[in-house]
Design a binder for this molecule. Structure first.
Ligand code: AHG
Ligand code: MN
Ligand code: MN
Ligand code: MN
Length: 335
């Protein structure tokens, strides 16, 4: 269609968030301002990722984070970018980052009512070979007129008011939910704007792909082992599933959201709580999955019901298409 080549009525992410917030009469534009700062952070990191090889941004920063992981230069840079973007929004009070041991309490003069938990750069091991990486974030809201405490972020994921991720992939995509569905925006590099390209994303009810680090199989528990075995050798005569595993949660979850299927980071004998962190990996992705019609399960309970007791706590996670997650839930229930 000729008109499609010159679309001029573009739904930018700012316009979209403004529209959504106008449904709440009490909203004073604070969330829209916060989101515009997150979006700025994503654009900055996207541009840094794109020129990483040219700008000497590849390699180690020389420090180790609280998780015991060696930080990459881009981990450190992205963390700084988001901290600055969030503090300068004037709308945040507590920030929790994968790369910082302690939560950051924003000084009073710049403080607002939102808490942001984030993984500034997800998929660090894929930086140096140019494979998709991302940023993950979740947002909580504190009560009006109350001094923020760490309890405001040690809350179940179902209390988040919004969650999302930005994927620095073959194109840069921001996927967002404010609690009424999931919407995807693609960065138009010539405009520098995120444009709504994937409205109201729904995950297929059942998928054909499973996504897991099978190198850990020897340490899995029985339910996980049995589930993955069934993916390969289905007992009900259905077709076997395909395996896809990038090793960047953002990329693996993004594909799962669009194509359907299941993403697993289970517990194993070496890491009884799995690897992924509850606040800024498990919760935001679980929030998006449920909003898209899928499910997220920890092996014991609905992921969004989990109550974290420390900010860098980990949990096993199984998330994706409704029917596929239902199957693993049944296996855990029967063991
Ligand atoms: P991060 O790079 O933020 O530390 O996260 C890494 C995570 C996640 O992106 C991915 O799903 C997982 O690590 C992959 O772990 P394995 O290498 O153990 O499969
Ligand atoms: Mn890390
Ligand atoms: Mn991560
Ligand atoms: Mn990270």
């Amino acid at each position: 269609h000729a008109a499609d080549a010159h679309r001029t009525d573009l739904m930018t992410i700012t316009r979209f968030v403004l529209n959504e917030q106008s449904k709440y009469p009490e909203s004073r534009g604070d969330f829209t301002i916060l989101m515009s700062h997150i979006v700025l952070g994503c654009k900055f990191v996207c541009s840094a990722v794109n020129k990483a090889g040219l700008a000497k941004l590849i390699g180690l920063a020389g420090e180790t984070n609280v998780q015991g992981e060696e930080q990459k230069k881009l981990d450190v840079l992205s963390n700084e970018v988001f901290i600055k973007a969030l503090v300068s929004s004037g709308r945040t009070c507590i920030l929790v980052s994968e790369e910082d041991e302690e939560a950051l309490f924003v000084e009073h003069s710049k403080s607002g009512k939102y808490c942001v938990v984030f993984d500034p750069l997800d998929g660090s091991s894929n930086i140096d070979c140019g494979v998709s990486i991302g940023t993950i974030f979740g947002i909580y809201l504190i009560k009006d007129g109350v001094e923020p405490t760490i309890g405001d972020v040690l809350q179940p994921g179902k209390n988040m008011v919004a969650a999302g991720y930005c994927m620095y992939g073959s194109s840069c995509m921001l996927v967002l939910s404010t609690g009424s569905g999931v919407n995807g925006f693609t960065l138009d590099p010539s405009l520098g704007e995120f444009i709504l390209t994937h409205p109201d994303i729904k995950i297929p009810k059942k998928g054909k792909i499973y996504s897991v680090n099978e190198g850990n199989a020897k340490n899995w528990d029985e339910a996980t082992a049995k589930y993955v075995d069934r993916c390969k050798f289905p007992e009900d005569g259905s077709a076997a599933k395909s395996l896809r595993y990038v090793g960047s949660m953002v990329a693996d979850v993004h594909r799962t959201l669009l194509y359907g299927g299941i993403f697993l980071y289970p517990a194993d004998k070496k890491s009884p709580n799995g690897k992924l962190r509850v606040l800024y990996e498990v919760f935001p992705m679980s929030f998006l999955m449920e909003q898209a019609g899928g499910q997220a399960f920890t092996g014991k309970q609905r992921a969004l019901d989990f109550v974290p007791s420390k900010i860098h706590e980990r949990s096993p996670i199984f998330l994706g298409s409704y029917d596929d997650v239902e199957e693993i839930k049944e296996l855990y229930a029967s063991q």
